[in-house]
Design a protein around this ligand. Structure first.
Ligand SMILES: O=C(O)Cc1cc(O)ccc1O
Ligand SMILES: [Fe+2]
Length: 449
């Protein structure tokens, strides 16, 4: 997975999205013929007067399987577009550790937050719901909502604190990055590694979604173990953009998220000026509907880890900094089985969102597309009364769970709710008590019921 080479004839900066396929490949792509040096990274003079710059996503000395870096051949090195940063308004973007609100231990759920009316870019429209771990120690994550009602114009952004997993729920985004153009819409996700500059444009109206900011190890594919070489998320379905550049000398603004704050500087030219690049540290997208779910085909309900799309490992094997898990369309066939998620308590904390459709643990409304929930460390949760009663009595014919896409950001860290999320009118006041609706069914004189 880590050694495949691809040289695809690339388009010049036409602005249209075009991709190379494969997860974590050693890609190479050039928007002008011969812009990529052959057989070396740092020639005495790069073609076309370009500057060579390395972007290291892992320590130089990381083992090969985790070593990530790319070489960028660009009009100006990043340092030429630098200087004069001032602290900018971070709005409602928060960074761990952030203990600004204290909530009683209870399951929490929010209805969808409507699209704002004011003009806001993808960066201005980030609103943090939870933070976990410590960004400065490169451990943990934040779960955000994002709203974008205007495109970024001569405005650029990069995040030094974390990798960004963008999960659109409404509206398409065109992410113009240093590496090329990624179009992403509901049902797809995009991953922007730490340090990669971008400008987000709207394609056809306002956009809303979820954003996981990963302070820890880069997201990667989970091991498949006995499942073997196929199914779950297949590497070839991950798409990385071909090189596309802007040669634009115009007063611009670069905003950097660095050390938990936003910093902004006026810069003289577009930093999306990479004419060619090669390496394995690059943004990518993935269509969640390409995920091939594997599950129990005779009885029982497996752990949701079977639906892990991407995982951010921690130093402890099997203990994820973040698992990104989905609940896509699938057949439910298990016999003599309570088919929805079981009642449970979990040392990992679970942030969930719904992109479209109905989630099977909560079929009776309340968890709506655009909404979100938090089942924090060691807090009990499971199906509500309606789901329990329906599933305990259901005739267990094979049934297709269709037209649905829920997801979970699951982390080893406790998630702290922000003041913004705690104060939202969309916070469902009665959700914490949903379990109280479950009736006592026990009858020592009636074994079958
Ligand atoms: O709590 C949830 O809804 C997520 C979840 C789903 C599942 O099928 C098993 C465990 C789990 O935490
Ligand atoms: Fe759960």
């Amino acid at each position: 997975m880590n050694v495949v080479q691809q040289l695809t004839p690339a388009k010049s900066g036409s602005g249209e999205a075009d991709y190379l396929s494969g997860f974590g490949n050693q890609f190479e792509t050039e928007a002008l013929p011969g812009a990529l040096p052959i057989g070396r990274n740092s020639p005495q003079r790069c073609a076309y007067g370009l500057y060579a710059e390395q972007l290291s996503g892992s320590p130089f000395t990381a083992p090969r399987a985790a070593n990530e870096r790319s070489w960028l051949y660009r009009i100006r090195p990043t340092v030429a577009n630098w200087g004069g940063f001032r602290k900018a308004d971070a709005g409602l973007w928060r960074t761990a550790p952030c203990a600004e609100a204290e909530m009683a231990p209870a399951p929490l759920r929010w209805s969808p937050v409507p699209m704002p009316r004011e003009g806001m870019s993808f960066v201005e429209g980030v609103r943090t719901v939870t933070t976990a771990g410590d960004a400065g120690s490169q451990a943990g994550m934040a779960a955000h909502l994002y709203f974008a009602t205007r495109s970024m114009q001569d405005e650029y952004f990069y995040n030094a604190d974390g990798e960004m997993l963008v999960v659109p729920q409404q509206g398409d985004l065109r992410l113009r990055t240093e590496f090329g153009v990624i179009d992403v819409g509901p049902g797809e996700v995009a991953v922007i590694p730490r340090g990669v500059k971008l400008r987000a444009e709207l394609k056809d109206g306002p956009a809303r979604g979820y954003l996981c900011e990963n302070y820890g190890g880069a997201l990667t594919l989970p091991e498949r173990g006995p499942i073997g070489a196929n199914c779950m998320a297949n590497p070839r379905d991950f798409l990385t953009p071909v090189a596309a550049y802007e040669d634009r000398d115009a007063p611009s603004r670069l905003t950097v998220k660095w050390g938990g704050s936003l910093w902004a500087a006026e810069i003289p030219a577009s930093p999306l000026d990479v004419v060619a690049w090669h390496g394995n540290y690059a943004p990518y997208k993935y269509d969640l509907r390409r995920y091939s779910p594997v599950g129990p085909i005779l009885f029982d309900h497996a752990d949701p880890s079977i639906f892990t799309v991407l995982t951010s490992p921690s130093e402890t094997p099997g203990t994820a900094n973040i698992d990104f898990v989905i609940f896509p369309d699938r057949w439910l066939v298990a016999e003599d089985t309570f088919r929805p998620p079981w009642y449970h308590m979990n040392v990992m904390s679970e942030f969930m969102g719904l992109i479209y459709g109905v989630y099977d643990a909560k079929p009776g409304g309340g968890f709506e597309p655009g909404g979100f929930s938090l089942h924090n460390t060691m807090l009990p949760h499971g199906p509500d009364r309606e789901a329990f009663e329906g599933a305990s009595k259901a005739e267990l014919k094979p049934r297709k769970q269709e037209g649905t896409m829920a997801f979970m950001f699951e982390t080893r860290f406790m998630q702290r709710v922000t003041a913004y999320a705690a104060g939202l009118e969309q916070l469902q006041k009665d959700y914490g008590g949903y379990g109280r609706g479950l009736r006592k069914l026990f009858d020592p004189n009636r074994r079958e019921w």
